[in-house]
Design a protein around this ligand. Structure first.
Ligand code: EPS
Length: 358
């Protein structure tokens, strides 16, 4: 069983818990010769990290990544890459009172039902802390995809609670505000909304979109290796993900065939309702994926719940929680897009040989 491993040829195995000594990953199948430094990986990690604004968890992790294998003189060697990050700011005492309680809406309950063991410290393995390593591995995949194919991957916040970001106004603003919002005029609205939300003690959901450009046609395979199925699985594996759409997604339900089909001309496709995937195989169009994140379930507002013995108890969660986990999800969906594409490029080459992309 390999439930902590992602991918087929470019595989990423993550390990570690939120309050354990360290988290880490092992990447197997990475091509040699990718020039990448710990600083470049750190730059990606910084985008996802907690404590970067008042709108996220105030836990302060340095996220100093140690590359302990698979790199020599600044490049990947082709052998297993191992990366480790120490946890330096875990505060397990915040969780003492819910040691034997299940937070409603949280994985506490199902982990216990499955394993019969309760690692109450910061959510243990179910913590979003694990996504750090996806971003670290994604940084390597991204770099290679860009070098080999000019593939670029860009995520953005498309909705936060009731506030929809209707249009991408300026890509450059995505990394200039704490929300990854592509519309600068929305940022003050989101700031005010989040300030009020934080004071109320409640949490809210969000939608994060991602687009991959310059993806060659041909990635993905019938019938259980569909690119869109793998993308959906990858996004759904992110903590708090509750829904994924590819292209027009659920809007397809109300569309007519004449509207949905992406007509083709010698100049290319006339629309992209398919989101860049036809029959599970990339078409060469932009790949567009949207992911819904539920509201954070760790709340200081009391609620009814159960303890491990089945007693009804009032539950109050302390600690440094994100009022909206979706705010930090943009770098994570980008990383998952990169990991899926990297794996599929290698799979396509493995089957189709050197001429795979002619
Ligand atoms: C998280 C709960 C919080 C967040 C954590 C994710 O953990 P703690 O209560 O220990 O501060 O800070 O996020 C991170 C540490 C991170 O690096 O993303 C959760 O339950 O998912």
């Amino acid at each position: 069983m390999s439930h902590n491993r992602f991918g087929h040829l470019f595989t990423v195995t993550t390990f570690g818990e939120s309050h354990g000594p360290a988290i880490g990953c092992v990447i197997d199948g990475c091509p040699p010769g990718i020039e990448i430094t710990a600083e470049e990986i750190k730059a990606e990690l910084e985008r996802r990290a907690t404590g970067k604004s008042r709108h996220t968890s105030q836990r302060r992790e340095k996220d100093d990544v140690q590359i302990v294998s698979g790199m020599f003189e600044g490049q990947t060697t082709g052998t297993a890459i191992a990366m480790v990050i120490e946890n330096t700011d875990a505060r397990s005492r915040d969780y003492n009172e819910i040691k034997s309680q299940f937070r409603p809406g949280h994985a506490d309950y199902t982990y216990f039902k499955k394993y019969g063991v309760r690692d109450y410290r910061g959510g243990g393995r179910s913590s979003a802390r694990e996504t750090t390593m996806r971003v670290a591995a994604g940084a390597i995949a991204r770099k290679w995809l860009n070098q080999e194919f000019g593939i670029s991957i860009q995520g953005w916040l498309a909705q936060l609670g009731p506030h929809r970001v209707d249009a991408v106004r300026e890509w450059s603003t995505v990394d200039e505000n704490p929300f990854f919002c592509p519309d600068p005029s929305m940022v003050p609205v989101l700031e005010n909304y989040m300030d009020a939300l934080r004071k109320s003690g409640d949490s809210v959901g969000a939608r994060v979109n991602v687009v991959a450009r310059n993806v060659p046609a041909g990635l993905g395979a019938p019938v259980y290796g569909k690119l869109d199925a793998d993308l959906a699985a990858a996004m759904m594996s992110i903590n708090a993900a509750k829904g994924v759409e590819v292209g027009a997604g659920f809007d397809s339900v109300a569309q007519m065939g004449t509207e949905h089909r992406d007509e083709m001309t010698s100049d290319g496709f006339l629309s992209n309702h398919a989101g860049g995937v036809l029959g599970g195989i990339s078409s060469g169009q932009d790949i567009v994926v949207s992911t819904a994140f539920k509201p954070t379930s760790s709340l200081r507002l009391p609620c009814r719940g159960l303890d491990v013995d089945g007693n009804e108890v009032e539950i109050v969660t302390k600690g440094r929680h994100d009022p909206c986990v979706g705010i930090r999800a943009t770098p994570i969906v980008e990383a998952m897009m990169a990991l899926v594409l990297m794996d599929h490029v290698l799979r396509h080459r493995a089957q189709m040989g050197c001429e795979a992309f002619v």
